[in-house]
Design a protein around this ligand. Sequence first.
Ligand code: MEV
Length: 433
Amino acid sequence: MPNAISGFSKLSKSEKIEWLLDTYFTDKEAARSLVKNYWNTDKKLQKLHDEFIENTITNFYLPLGVAPNFLVNDKLFTIPMAIEESSVVAAASKSAKFWLDRGGFKTEVISTEKIGQVHFTYSGSFEELQMFFEGVKPKLYTSTSDITKNMERRGGGILDIELRDKSQDLNNYYQLHATFETLDAMGANFINSCLEAFAKTFKSEAQQQLSGDLDVVMSILSNYVPNCLVKAEVSCKISELASKDISNPELFAKKFKQAIQIAEIEPYRAVTHNKGVMNGIDAVVLATGNDFRAVEAGVHAYASRSGRYSSLTHCSIDNDIFKFWIEIPLALGTVGGLTSLHPLVKFSLEMLEKPSARELMQIVAVAGLAQNFAAVKSLTTTGIQEGHMKMHLMNILNQFEATTDEKTALIEHFKTNVVTHSAVVEAIEKMRN
Ligand code: MEV
């Protein structure tokens, strides 16, 4: 076991790397050149990435792919996706093309409210606290006037501040539950700054006016945003579902709907089903510089809102019309944070024609719906492995350092043969012998 190290963050980048090499690696030369090979030759660009986080030693690449032909509310988009899973971009593109010929995706932003809370304890009665809160509420607003000035000028700001009694669930526990409109910003910094200002004013006023003890535990935004909702939908006549892979559209629609119903009532399936949705969502969220952990946490809480974890997507068949939709909470930003810093994020946003946060919510929801459509379509028809393994073929070939000629020949071979890991290994060995 290595010794603990103190002052690590103060070491230079090279010193950090040397410490790692000395501590963990036998082939130091190979490890050192690996780390350095991933440095960008453009020193300014590398410095930018070094400074995103602490203790950066190198870069960790993900592919940035694009899925074209997304018709969203009659406008065409090419969607950027940062993801490592081999079949995701292909599946999104296939879905986009499928629905392009059937009227495209229709979307709607339902609401855009964000939430933040000051969590505190109070030893006195709720009635006393309530009276105090009503009196102090205007001061909470004025205490944030410097922070909210610009946001208010653009039409956003604090929507409301409520006092909530949570003492039934936890002794003496109360909240200031505040709602915000943060427009094109994801709003984390704005909300957290407002909350800390509320907390400071609330505490100092309490010291002067209240008989009991009031202690602020913490002030933080919530990543659960059930009122920051977007809906995306596709629909067509059942007969119009007929395509190269769908010879019997009635049967397809019926099985597809059953698959969605299963995900609605069965959490084991719902988790995997929603994972497929998040393949699309996270890839666009990441490519556009948004916080995919925040989105993930909020989305899964939303999927559990009934008390049973359930599908994020839904399907209906009425009067011969097949309809498939998603309703999902997404707190996204197209200004601030990484959006003006990371060159590839700027590139992705430009590709999307510099969307507002509302527009990005719609594009991201579409990516999630498209991804889920592709997955459930495969699952209920050919099965998932055929497409997955075709895409995975390249990963296996790269593992075996196949040459360009070997790749061309083997890709041709596996157009008509089932791809399994062992079949690919066997084919490579046969070719090389
Ligand atoms: C794989 O990344 C995602 C799927 O498992 C999703 C699903 O099962 O719906 C294919």
